[in-house]
Design a protein around this ligand. Structure first.
Ligand SMILES: *[C@@H]1O[C@H](CO)[C@@H](O)[C@H](O)[C@H]1NC(C)=O
Ligand SMILES: *[C@@H]1O[C@H](CO)[C@@H](O)[C@H](O)[C@H]1NC(C)=O
Length: 419
């Protein structure tokens, strides 16, 4: 499995190099360490293009064995299906779109919501570790290493260590099983006790939890989305890397000046610097030659469920795939690796480097603390920092820690990135 992730990693890095290289000014603005990667990977583009058309073999990921804990039944992570890789038309007959019902959980993560809307994870929004691991690869085209990293982050934040279940919205007793009482009730991914783990301040379209009456980070915010649409308009209506650098910088300034409990620490914020790269790395449909359609405001709005009311305001509607005239959306031809997301995230920060920290005592009381961005930071160093935070602090439960380690090992993350 390690071998598989390594070869996928090199393919994906090259895939992204082409796009970066087509923006010479962007290339110049990269820190030297990243520019070196880009230059190196650029040389193998010819080889990649030949291989891009090939259909990769499906990944039959064996059950991930979590070392048992005395007194608790053993748990293994099993995927509900075999993961296919390569460009794929979605939706298919097994995965039609359906809007969520009144008791279905949805939260502030469009990627999770959309997987539920198409039934790749349980449509009720109560999913589990194996299902998530499968769905992120099968629907969104993530590589095993990136899917496993995000699931591990979910385990740190919100997974019941006995049922392996998680709510993608707010806290929900449907995550519990007969043994859950041995541990505290896990919060929903967008409930306050999970704040600054998976869910963090400064979302592209959701209100910071501190402004909401239930302290959930899962409320759509028309004002913030309108600001981001305006930023994209300065880049020809595209939500590309230039947009992401500016949008994150605007979110940082908004957080420091308006949110009294603004938390802008390096490791949790990197989830957003990286996660927002989806607007161009995974949301637009993939063309036959493996390149993607443009990350237009319309394409991204459809995916994140932002409906333009025509008067400068936006309403939230269920997230849908930005399909083409054939009614289909095409998944990435090359799975998106943790390395590629890390690289694009670092490149996004380097457009507007900021200092990381927290508001200590109300708005505009920002104190610099913790890890800081450095222009010489490599993708491997970044991944290893993020992996270290998975192991630190939370979850308090030993089973949670074992599940995280089993995921990291199964995806070969420490080996691939030299942690
Ligand atoms: C997990 O896998 C181990 C090793 O294959 C096996 O002994 C155990 O019974 C499995 N547990 C479950 C719950 O499937
Ligand atoms: C939307 O976000 C802004 C900026 O953070 C905030 O001031 C405002 O209260 C939010 N709106 C709603 C309706 O929560």
């Amino acid at each position: 499995m390690v071998r598989i992730s390594l070869s996928i990693l090199s393919l994906a890095l090259c895939g992204c190099v082409r796009r970066v290289a087509s923006f010479p000014s962007m290339l110049d603005s990269l820190p030297p360490s990243l520019r070196e990667i880009v230059d190196r990977e650029h040389q193998s583009i010819g080889r990649i293009e030949k291989r891009q058309g090939q259909v990769a073999p499906p990944l039959n990921i064996p059950p991930i064995i979590v070392p048992p804990i005395p007194g608790l039944p053993s748990i293994n992570i099993t995927l509900p299906g075999v993961v296919t890789t390569g460009r794929k038309a979605i939706p298919d007959s097994a995965h039609p779109f359906a809007a969520p019902g009144p008791t279905d959980q949805r939260g502030g993560c469009p990627g999770l919501n959309i997987m539920a809307n198409y039934g790749y994870i349980n449509r009720n929004g109560i999913t589990d570790v194996g299902e998530l691991l499968y769905a992120q690869q099968e629907m969104l085209g993530f590589a095993l290493d990136f899917a496993a990293f995000l699931v591990a982050l979910g385990v740190k934040s919100s997974v019941d260590p006995t049922t392996l279940k998680m709510s993608i919205g707010t806290t929900d007793s449907r995550t519990s099983g007969p043994l859950s009482g041995l541990f505290p009730q896990v919060p929903g991914l967008f409930s306050y006790p999970a704040h600054t783990k998976y869910e963090v301040d400064g979302s592209l379209a959701y209100t910071d939890e501190c402004f909401t009456s239930d302290h959930s980070g899962g409320h759509f915010n028309s004002t913030i989305w309108a600001i981001n649409v305006a930023i994209a308009q300065t880049y020809g209506g595209l939500m590309n890397i230039e947009f992401n650098g500016d949008a994150r910088y605007a979110a940082y300034q908004r957080c420091v000046s308006q949110n009294p409990t603004c938390t802008w620490q390096f490791e949790p914020q990197l989830i957003f610097y990286g996660g927002e790269t989806f607007t161009w790395t995974s949301i637009p449909s993939t063309k036959e030659d493996g390149t993607r359609e443009h990350a237009t405001i319309d394409v991204v709005s459809t995916f994140i469920g932002a409906h333009d009311n025509g008067d400068g305001t936006y309403s939230h509607v269920p997230e849908r795939l930005p399909v083409g005239s054939d009614g289909l959306w095409y998944r990435r031809s090359i799975p998106l690796t943790l390395g590629e997301v890390g690289e694009q995230g670092l490149a996004s920060i380097s457009r507007h480097p900021v200092q990381f920290g927290v508001n200590s005592n109300g708005v505009n009381t920002f104190l610099v603390s913790g890890t800081q961005f450095s222009p010489t930071m490599t993708v491997n160093a970044l991944v290893c920092l993020l992996v270290a935070t998975l192991n630190a602090q939370t979850p308090p439960t030993l089973p949670g820690q074992r599940i995280i380690d089993a995921l990291l090992n199964a995806a070969g993350i420490r080996t691939t990135y030299g942690c």
